[in-house]
Structures are given as structure tokens and as C-alpha cells.
Design a binder for this molecule. Structure first.
Ligand code: IPD
Ligand code: CA
Ligand code: CA
Length: 285
């Protein structure tokens, strides 16, 4: 059961309400496409290659989110994975209409809608919506909620040995180099378990609400991480992001496009002693 905050005159509340509405609208389209999967709804095209696909449902879900946003807040500029930059205004939205498209197209029920909103450069809210489980993760003005209820995460473990790590490494579409194979072997050797669930935004949401202690991602775009970072920050978790040269960045709106590697962890997880701080330093995976 999804709870949406009632609209108030406060612009931030309004943006947060519209973010939820847009996520639900896109989620409904995605869910319908998933449940009624057919060659038509799955009409798939390749983007960067066979490992990077887009379906008719991705495009329709993004349209549903954009239409919702512009009908409520016309002064909006939107960066959507499928449509690129569109519109003008003080409120910026970063949208991934279906994060986990490969899962979606395979019939694996693990994908989501991810929407982050900023006003005049300041983060306002981040929403990650899983339409299969009807779970709406939201960061709004420093508060983390799941289906409208405040989340009180507990620490899953302090060290690699005690926890699972979620990751997208090694990335699809190319044979990992010898160094990347070694780096992955180190991950496998360090953590209790290594999981590639196939949706970066849900990985981040799961760390935020304390289902998993830590997540490591590389090779992503701003729409994969924008909302999830806000969720982890609202949970008081740790966020480490760096650019292609290995320099640490602040994960604000302007820098998101330059972020190439990311670790998020629950507060209290010992990142400095983790194999992940080495992965970040080495920059191989
Ligand atoms: C992808 C997923 C995947 C991650 C890729 C993303 P998409 O997003 O989040 O888990 O490994 O980096 O591009 O293409 O399904 O929206
Ligand atoms: Ca994505
Ligand atoms: Ca996508």
C-alpha cells in the first residue's frame, strides 16, 4: 500500500508529491508491460551493444513520468535515460524509467523506477519505486521512508566477512581484464557473499533501508545513482564517489555526470578496512 503525502503550498512538498506521482505513473506502465509481457511490449533495441537494451516499456514509462511532472510543475527540466535533456526551469529531475531493464525483459521481477529532484541545484527528494513489490523508497528533506513510514535500519555488520555486498561488477559486454578478474576474486574472497541483482537504484535503496550493508558500482550513469544517493544520505549512510581519474567528488547534482565509481554503506560499516576501499583506490573493477 503506497502512501503519498498530501500536497501543501510548500514548493518542496509539492515537488516530493509530484516525484511520487511520477514514479507511480511510470511504475504502473512498467508493471503492466511486465505482467503482460509479449514480443510487442518487449520490442527491444540495443543501445551500447547486446548487453544494453531498451524496450517499448522503458520509453512509455519515461513518457508517463515526464507527462506527470510537466502537468504539475511546468517549469521543470528533465534528464531522462531515454529522452535526454528536455524542458526548462528551476526544478531539475533525473529519471531512470526502468532500472533493471535486462531483468525486466527476462521476466525477472527485480527492477524499479528511479526519480531524483533538485531545486536551484539543491537536492529535494529521491524516489525509488519497485512496482512488483509495491515498495516506494523516498528521501525527502533528510527523512527516509518506505511506503510513507520512517525507516529505522540496524547495522547488518561492520566487516566484509559479516556482510553481503551488492555490485554490478564485473560489467557485462566485455571479457574482464586479468586485473579485473583478480579484483573480483578479491571481492569474492573478502565478503560473505557477492550479489549482482541487476538494478543499481534498488541496490542503493536496499543499503539505505538496511537490507544490505554495502554496495559497490562502476560504469553507470547519473540516472542510475541520483535518487539512490539521496536515500543513503537520508539514512545517515556513507557515500563515496569518484571520477574517472580516481578523485573523490561530492555527490551533488553538478557532479553526478562525472561520477564513475561508487560505494555506499550503512553508517557503522568499516569502509576503511574493507576490500572496497582498495577497489576504489585501484580503480580496476
Ligand atoms: C543498468 C542496471 C544495472 C547496472 C547498469 C545500469 P538499466 O540500468 O542498473 O544493474 O549494472 O550499470 O545501466 O540499463 O537497466 O536502466
Ligand atoms: Ca539504469
Ligand atoms: Ca533504464
Amino acid at each position: 500500500m503506497i502512501l503519498i503525502k498530501p500536497m501543501s503550498n510548500d514548493l518542496h512538498d509539492m515537488i516530493a508529491t509530484v516525484a511520487c506521482e511520477a514514479a507511480l505513473a511510470a511504475g504502473m506502465v512498467a508493471h503492466r508491460g511486465f505482467v503482460n509481457a509479449s514480443p510487442e511490449t518487449l520490442a527491444t533495441e540495443q543501445k551500447a551493444g547486446f548487453f544494453d537494451i531498451v524496450t517499448a516499456s522503458d520509453k512509455a514509462a519515461e513518457r508517463a513520468a515526464c507527462d506527470t511532472i510537466w502537468s504539475r510543475i511546468p517549469a521543470s527540466r528533465i534528464l531522462g535515460e531515454e529522452g535526454g535533456w528536455q524542458g526548462e526551469g528551476d526544478t531539475t529531475w533525473i529519471i531512470d524509467p526502468i532500472d533493471g531493464t535486462s531483468n525486466f525483459a527476462s521476466g525477472l521481477p527485480f527492477f524499479c523506477v528511479s526519480i531524483a529532484a533538485y531545486h536551484k541545484g539543491e537536492p529535494v527528494c529521491g524516489v525509488v519505486y519497485d512496482p512488483v513489490r509495491e515498495e516506494l523508497f523516498m528521501a525527502n528533506q533528510g527523512r527516509l521512508t518506505l511506503n510513507g513510514k520512517k525507516v529505522e535500519p540496524f547495522l547488518r555488520g561492520r566487516t566484509d566477512r559479516e556482510v553481503e555486498v551488492l555490485t554490478n561488477a564485473p560489467y557485462e559486454g566485455e571479457r574482464p581484464s586479468r586485473a579485473a578478474q583478480e579484483a573480483h576474486a578479491d571481492l569474492v574472497n573478502s565478503f560473505r557473499a557477492v550479489r549482482r541483482l541487476g538494478s543499481c537504484a534498488l541496490h542503493l535503496a536496499y543499503v539505505a533501508v538496511g537490507r544490505v550493508a554495502v554496495c559497490y558500482e562502476s560504469k553507470f550513469s547519473a540516472w542510475d545513482i541520483a535518487a539512490g544517493i539521496q536515500l543513503v544520505e537520508a539514512a545517515g549512510g556513507q557515500v563515496y564517489v569518484q571520477d574517472a581519474a580516481g578523485s573523490r567528488l561530492e555527490p551533488n547534482e553538478d557532479a553526478l555526470g562525472s561520477v564513475k565509481r561508487l560505494v555506499v554503506a550503512q553508517a557503522g560499516f568499516d569502509y576503511q578496512s574493507s576490500n572496497l576501499s582498495k577497489q576504489m583506490e585501484d580503480g580496476i573493477l
